[in-house]
Write a protein that binds this ligand. Structure first.
Ligand code: ZN
Ligand code: ZN
Length: 327
């Protein structure tokens, strides 16, 4: 197999030929057809997350087909298309696993962070954490759903039922979630970097009610806001935009420090929450309803060997929607 490998933290990924991995008991090997590039991959290669495995093959929005089964794998078969998300393994016995909060597992393994991921032509994963994807939709269009879509979905649930929803940072996750929220009958208010008129136009093209800069107040008080951009300064801005009793949800795995802010922004029962990882149930809930949602993921594709260019373009905000690597 071939892979883009981070051999040292902070160094560009290297194109390497490696022995084909063999699935152990309970694992499957997947021939990768497409792998999305997520902001979390940037945090991994930048060394912003604690205790990464190094060397590591990043990538946790994997679509591929099973080409080898380890012993004991039932319910999956060779040739079947599956999606591999960020949550790669959980212990099954900690208090969180035992109470349907496996996203908070004490001893988790994460795809592309603490086990090898999908910036490769093949990968081996725990069969219990692979989602069967069926035949509908292209590999490339499904890949971003496996993190941007799934984490967005979990964030939307935590944001509550409110009709007026703000999305701060209009990248891969928000452009999918705006479509999901609209399908649910909500009104979406999209916040971009101040002056990023092109992304505001992109948001409007997806049917949002309003788009503007993060320094602007929306024309309507929000019931909830979800922050996807890794920018702590957005927290007080979002709190200012939500109504009494409203919620602000931080959806990213990493954020710059939150500046101090007056208590009055939080008062009146506003809530500030964060979302960590996903459960397999989140994935099943989202993927079972996804065919009805009519999501059109906007993707920019790169050959697998250009993973460094894709990461650089993501960092610089050079494309709208999601980047996807094709082996
Ligand atoms: Zn656990
Ligand atoms: Zn991700």
């Amino acid at each position: 197999m071939h892979a883009m490998v981070m051999k040292e933290l902070g160094k560009p990924l290297e194109w390497l030929e490696l022995p084909d991995p063999l699935p152990q008991a309970g694992e499957i090997r997947v021939k990768v057809a497409a792998c999305g590039v997520c902001r979390t991959d940037l945090h991994v290669v930048d060394g912003e997350l604690p205790h990464p495995q190094v060397p590591i093959i990043p990538g946790h929005e994997i679509v591929g087909r099973i080409d080898a089964l380890g012993s004991g794998v039932k319910d999956l078969e060779i040739g079947q298309r599956v999606g591999i998300p960020w949550l790669g393994h959980t212990c099954g016995v900690c208090p969180y696993c035992k109470t349907q909060h496996e996203n908070l597992c004490d001893r988790p393994i994460f795809t592309g962070y603490t086990r090898n991921g999908g910036f490769a032509t093949a990968t081996v994963v725990d069969a219990r954490f692979a989602f069967p994807l069926g035949d509908k939709g292209s590999d490339e269009s499904l890949a971003p759903l496996l993190c941007a879509g799934l984490i967005g979905w979990r964030s939307l649930g935590i944001a509550g039922e409110g009709k007026n929803l703000g999305l701060y940072g209009f990248g891969a996750a928000a452009h999918i979630l705006a479509q999901v929220a609209k399908w649910q009958g909500r009104s979406v208010y999209a916040f971009t970097q101040p002056g990023d008129l092109a992304t505001q136009d992109f948001a409007r093209s997806l049917g949002v009610t309003w788009a503007g800069g993060s320094d602007e107040r929306p024309p309507q008080e929000l019931d909830a806001a979800i922050i996807f951009a890794p920018v702590g300064a957005l927290v007080p801005l979002a709190l200012k935009s939500v109504r009494k009793g409203g919620r602000v949800v931080c959806a990213g795995i990493h954020m710059s420090d939150i500046p101090s802010f007056p208590y009055s922004l939080l008062w009146e029962e506003r809530q500030l929450l964060s979302v960590a990882n996903l459960t397999r149930q989140d994935g099943l809930d989202f993927l079972s309803q996804m065919p009805d949602m009519g999501i059109v993921a906007k993707t920019t594709t790169y050959p697998l060997q250009q993973a460094n260019e894709a990461l650089a373009d993501l960092r610089a905000g050079r494309f709208d929607g999601a980047a996807v690597l094709l082996p």
